[in-house]
Design a protein around this ligand. Structure first.
Ligand code: ADP
Length: 400
């Protein structure tokens, strides 16, 4: 069984084609700068071929057509016919409260995704565009929506309710939803395997630290709290997003600088976080380099980033009633041993001890704490695409 996984963003489409017999990746790549000049497609196959196709990609339709062309190409393709694709899995960012699990896409489901798109105007419309194009090009194949929010639907009301007039929740769905759910679910499942213990017995804190960053408390395989909220803006300090702040700052800045609502939106989402504090970059590698060279703002950015993570770990330790393992994943979590060390150094009260040698490992599943550490510390490379492919397989098989 072959499954195509698509992640359609505003100006990009990422894809992976899986052979579900052994869950191997036959090909993967991304179309970038869709609708902007200098667009291109990068494609790799399982024979080691890598191509970059530079051509105008005006919209998602042209983007997905180009992906299919690359998959069927005689030289670097991996399929002889589109018939070989059995199902398509789509990442959909926001499922609101409507979706409690991954779902076979029907006209009704599309209408329901549209209905919650208000909550994720930057994401859901692009996810829907990908679904519409696939419906057109491959009308008879099962398509499955896998939502970033679903894993967190197990949160209880004390974790998801904002202390606002309750009618905003009732009328507009203003509550905390959480994101990166597919990643948190994947790494916590893997953690149980690495620890050789049943997931049902474990209390885990999963730190997804990439350009977007979130942290989740997982008890017996269920999300009980997570740092992102109504949108992915809440919580940790991110590449360009502020994370938590005093909401009164917004009014204060509007008055001070005569800002519009859309200025504020752009400041909080695109000009804040590591970029905002450091004034250098949203990329943690650049900031670490600048801090080493003595740049004070870069050092402050790192300190705030790390301190915020430690605070959430402390809060989730209490929410879970203890913790068996802390998991690091995504770009920073998987690769930055210094950051992992600094985070854990501040968690002395939990009697966490890192093993300096195993903490140097990169990009592989590993336990990086010592045997006598009270809490295990794990690095688990995330694989949201595989998780989407697995859900898609399950649901597509049920549908056929
Ligand atoms: P996104 O949220 O865009 O998927 P990633 O998970 O790719 O983000 O993480 C990007 C962050 O990871 C950047 O801050 C980058 O500095 C950091 N990082 C550190 N080392 C690496 C690495 N070897 N490869 C990719 N990103 C890395």
């Amino acid at each position: 069984m072959k499954i195509l996984v698509l992640n359609s963003g505003s100006s990009s489409i990422k894809y992976q084609l899986f052979d579900m017999i052994d869950q191997s990746v036959l090909a993967k790549g991304y179309a970038q700068r869709i609708g902007i000049e200098d667009s291109y497609l990068e494609h790799k196959n399982n024979r080691g071929d890598k191509v970059k196709i530079e051509q105008e990609i005006h919209n998602h339709n042209e983007g997905i057509q180009l992906v299919i062309k690359a998959l069927l190409d005689q030289a670097h393709g991996v399929l002889t016919s589109l018939d070989e694709i059995d199902a398509i899995g789509h990442r959909v960012v926001h499922g609101g409260e409507k979706f409690q699990q991954s779902t076979l896409i029907t006209d009704d489901v599309i209408a329901q995704i549209q209905a919650v798109s208000d909550l994720a105007p930057l994401h859901n419309p692009h996810n829907l565009a990908g679904i519409a194009v696939c419906n057109q090009i491959m009308p008879n194949k099962p398509q499955v929506a896998v939502f970033d929010t679903v894993f967190h639907q197990t949160m209880e009301s004390q974790a998801y309710t904002y202390a606002l007039p309750y009618r905003y929740y009732q009328e507009y769905g203003v509550r905390r939803y959480g994101f990166h759910g597919t990643s948190h679910q994947y790494v916590t499942k893997r953690a149980a395997k690495v620890l050789a213990r049943p997931l049902a017995d474990l209390k885990l804190i999963s730190c997804h630290l990439g350009n977007g960053a979130s942290i989740t408390a997982v008890k017996a395989g269920k999300s009980i709290d997570t740092s992102m909220g109504l949108t992915p803006l809440e919580g940790l300090v991110m590449g360009t997003r502020s994370g938590d702040l005093d909401p009164a700052i917004i009014n204060y800045l509007i008055e001070k600088e005569n800002l519009t609502i859309s200025d504020v939106d752009s400041i909080l989402n695109k000009q804040s976080g590591l970029l905002g504090i450091s004034g250098i970059s949203n990329d943690l590698r650049d900031i670490q380099k600048a801090a080493r060279e003595g740049n004070k703002q870069a050092q402050i950015a790192l300190d705030v980033f790390i301190y915020r993570i430690q605070k959430y770990i402390g809060a989730y330790f209490v929410a879970l009633g203890g913790v068996d393992a802390i998991i690091f994943t995504a770009g920073v979590g998987e690769n930055e041993s210094n950051i992992r060390k600094e985070i854990c150094d501040g968690l002395g009260v939990l009697n966490i001890k890192l093993d300096a040698t195993s903490n140097q490992l990169r990009g592989e599943e590993a336990c990086i704490s010592t045997i006598d550490s009270s809490v295990a510390v794990l690095v688990i490379p995330t694989n949201e695409e595989l998780m989407i492919a697995q859900d898609t397989k399950k649901i597509a098989l049920r549908a056929t």
